[in-house]
Write a protein that binds this ligand. Structure first.
Ligand code: ZN
Length: 114
């Protein structure tokens, strides 16, 4: 992958990370580096989970998952392993990565996994 493409993808990931962190902050979470802290007592008492709260919980879990994927992708960019398929080790096409910067599998592994 050429440097310009990688730089675009990195920018995209950083923008997405900022969006996700903002949405987590909107839910009362604190984001510090890669660490996400949920509000004290906010999600812990499962006995009191109403439909609304469990919806909120799954939203936050989804955001945390997305955040972890973005952090992992940025980590791979930093250590130079970005763009390699986690399963077969081949290079993932830049077109696929530009469309899905968080992808860890090449198209054929993805299809085989599905
Ligand atoms: Zn693969």
């Amino acid at each position: 992958m050429d440097k310009a493409t990688l730089a675009r993808i990195k920018q995209q990931l950083e923008a997405e990370r900022a969006t996700v962190e903002q949405r987590l902050a909107d839910q009362g979470a604190t984001v510090e580096g890669d660490q996400i802290d949920m509000p004290q007592g906010g999600f812990a008492d499962s006995a009191q989970v109403t439909a609304e709260r469990s919806e909120l919980l799954s939203l936050v879990e989804g955001l945390q998952q997305t955040h972890a994927e973005i952090v992992a992708a940025l980590g791979r960019i930093a250590d130079g392993t970005y763009g390699r398929c986690a399963r077969c080790g081949k290079e993932i096409s830049p077109e696929r990565l530009e469309a899905r910067p968080r992808a860890t599998l090449c198209v054929s592994c993805k299809q085989n996994a599905a």
